[in-house]
Structure formats: C-alpha cells, structure tokens
Ligand binder design. Sequence first.
Ligand SMILES: [Zn+2]
Length: 339
Amino acid sequence: MVIRRFTVTGVSLAVTLGAALLGADPTVAATPQAGTAPRPSAASGAAHAAAPDIDVAKVQAHLTELHAIAQRNGGNRRSTGQGYRDSVAYVKNKLKAAGYAISEQPCTSGCSSGAGPNLIAEWPQGDAGTVYMFGSHLDGVGAGPGINDNGSGSAALLETALTLARENPAMAARVRFGWWTDEEQGLNGSDFYVRSLSRTERARIKAYYNFDMVASTNGGYFINHVDSAAAAPMKEYWDSLKLQPEENTEGAGRSDDYSFEQAGIPTSGYAMGAGARKTSAQAAKWGGTAYRSYDPCYHQSCDTTANINATGLNRSADGIAYTLWKRAVSGTGGGASAG
Ligand SMILES: [Zn+2]
C-alpha cells in the first residue's frame, strides 16, 4: 500500500456516504455456509456452487520464493529493479504452465522511469462480456522485501488462479487477474491499465477486487466499501467466520482499487491493515495488541516471511476463492449479475 494519502474528492466522498446510507446489502443476511468449512477439494470437476479451500501452505511457498527473489536482488522488489522483474517472471511462469492467457503490459506513461510491466492473466472461459477482475500490486518499496506488502495479496491471488485452473469448473463469467507495477510510487501501474482500456472494455468489468496487505501480524479484518453490492461475497465469507469485518478506512485511496473506482467501476477487496494503530475495541474483538500498528514492519526491512499472519492469510485466500466462485463460476446464482 502506498504511503501517500490521496485527497478525498467530492466523488469518492459521495460514494462512501452513499454506501453508508444504503446500509448492508439484504442478500448478505443469507449466509449459506455460516460456520462451516468450504467443501473439500476432492469433488469432481463439474460446476459447483461451493468454492474450494485454498491451501495456505502453497500461498506461503510463493511468499518464500518472493522473499528469495528480494534477497538475490539487493533486498527489495521495487518496481524499477530486477527484484520486481524476477517477481513478474515467477508469477508468469506458474500461470503459463496452468493454461492462462497472459500478457505483460509495459507502463509507458505515468510510471517511474524503468518500472517493469503489469502482468495480466485471463482464464479463457465464460462470457467475455462479463468480467470480474482481481488484482494486487506485485512491486514493493526499496526498504525491504515486501512480503506482507504486497507479497501476501500477490501470492493469495496466484494460488487462487492456479486452483481455478486445476479445478476447471464451468464458467458463467470471465475472470481476469492483474499484478500491478509501481503501486508504491503512486498507484501508477493500475492507473495506466485502466486508462488503456476502451470505454467498451471498461464497461465489461463488473467489479474489481483488490488485495493489498492481507496477512498483517497485528491486523484486523477490513473490506473496501464493505456495505456495497460488490463487497457482498467478500463480507459474506468473513461473516461466516464471525470475523466482524470493518470498513477499510485506512486504505481508502491508497491502493489500486482507487484507479478502477475513478473510472466508475465497482470495487471491493480485503486488507488487514498497514501503519495505523489497532484500537482497544479492535483488539477486544480480533485479538492482537491495542495502540500498536496493524503491521509493525510496514515499509521496513523486517517485512519478511516472518512478518506474515498465516491465519489471516488463510482467511483472505479462502474468501477470494469464495468471491470468485460466487461471481464467475456457473450455477452459483451470482455469476452473471453485476457486482
Ligand atoms: Zn506499501
């Protein structure tokens, strides 16, 4: 997540107030999987209503690789360095082997000089006119390896994408993943991507889901635009785990969902928090230490594989899969409807 706080514009303030006034989506009240684990992944490959469980050990294995990449490249994965390019290659090779249509998009305007490309991967099934997009920034700051920020979101998305390919369910809608460059320098990669889309292409994207810092060691459970229609499946999953998620106020305007929001695309996503401090009320309901940062290693050299909340990472990855299945896999009742 980027340090810079963006000025709250009239438009985004109106969106926030509108969501608050509308209150919770009534469909959220129905929690069909309340208190139960998602189905085991041993079921057959036809269309299913239930999402698979994402193996958190595999997500952590991706984090170990991203950490090693940083260590080989001066200790960071900054967008302009080889650590970022190697991160792109790692994700790309995994997706390619799984059957994804992949493109590297060089950021030719608005990015830092020498920044590596965005990586876009689309699962080539489902209605191409109805796209659900899931994204994470793959770059880090110069100060450290960037494992919670944002290896965590990047790795959770990668393993979700690989699980989708492995399960290969019948699709109602198209799923597209984005790993963004140069987020830490001002949300530049995602901004370039959104600007590169035609009006028609933008209209096809029914919702964009962002994942930035989803495994903070002293974190909480935050959802972007928590009461919006786009957020409904994300909230439904965390509600089923009794996590009592809150609005992601700290992250508003500070990650790549902002680029999509500015283009009028509905957005949501998970986050566990950055440099802001946990309140005593939050410590009472989620555990952890009050008056301490959600991520005490935010943008520091100690943001290593030791700086990962494995429980939070697991809950985030499973909720991403839940949302993807609910939105885009056929037979789930949510696939073709706008988010
Ligand atoms: Zn950051």
